[in-house]
Ligand binder design. Structure first.
Ligand SMILES: CC(C)(COP(=O)(O)OP(=O)(O)OC[C@H]1O[C@@H](n2cnc3c(N)ncnc32)[C@H](O)[C@@H]1OP(=O)(O)O)[C@@H](O)C(=O)NCCC(=O)NCCS
Length: 171
């Protein structure tokens, strides 16, 4: 990836630009998707990552963004990944991978149990994501294979088979 693209932390002032990118990618009705039932409060600021293009200005134009939201899977504090958005003209250049790999380094072994994503079934396995077990409950229509997760600590989600696993938006 060229030096003109810089990875940095999310700042509150980025909110509007990130929102605009989400609308451009997913449309104005992005929040009707069932995954948004778990994005009730606000993303965890300190886990947000931005890639900016510094070619035209020192501060840079935001060209990619990744956010995480707090959820509970059963009683376990966990993270919901997304939205992950890369501007169209920069897709396929490794920016999405950079965002995911950098953030996984931050969130692994830092007190969170699992990271859940609703995303492309062919995209996330390269980062270690696996299909969720059948006992994970999802409130609404979804192609089940989109639901994937990665363990962030010592617990194994597949071993928690003795009960239905509900997801709660951790407000
Ligand atoms: C999905 C997305 C984030 C990927 O970002 P990206 O920067 O284009 O991806 P990368 O360049 O890091 O791709 C890495 C690899 O994944 C592959 N890949 C990219 N997009 C993919 C997709 N949608 N499905 C499967 N594989 C994909 C690439 O071909 C590349 O493969 P390689 O390593 O063999 O060359 C981006 O295409 C996007 O913004 N999509 C729309 C929004 C979305 O679906 N977000 C995810 C749900 S929140």
């Amino acid at each position: 990836m060229s030096d003109r693209y810089k990875l940095r932390s999310y700042f509150p002032k980025d909110k509007q630009s990130v929102h605009q990118m989400i609308i451009e990618e997913f449309g104005h009705d992005y929040s009707v998707r069932s995954v948004w039932k778990f994005r009730k409060s606000k993303p965890i600021e300190k886990l947000g990552l931005i890639v900016s293009d510094t070619f035209y200005s020192h501060h840079g134009e935001i060209v990619a963004s990744l956010q995480y939201w707090p959820i509970k899977i059963a009683e376990y504090n966990s993270l919901l990944l997304g939205p992950l958005v890369v501007k169209d003209h920069l897709k396929g250049k490794g920016i999405g991978s950079l965002l995911i790999n950098s953030s996984l380094k931050m969130i692994k072994n830092s007190g969170w149990n699992f990271c859940l994503v609703s995303g492309e079934p062919d995209y996330y396995p390269k980062f270690g994501f696996k299909p969720v077990p059948d006992n994970l409950l999802w409130p609404g229509p979804i192609e089940r294979q989109r639901l994937q997760y990665i363990g962030l600590g010592d617990l194994d989600l597949e071993k928690l088979t003795n009960k239905p696993l509900t997801i709660l938006s951790d407000i």
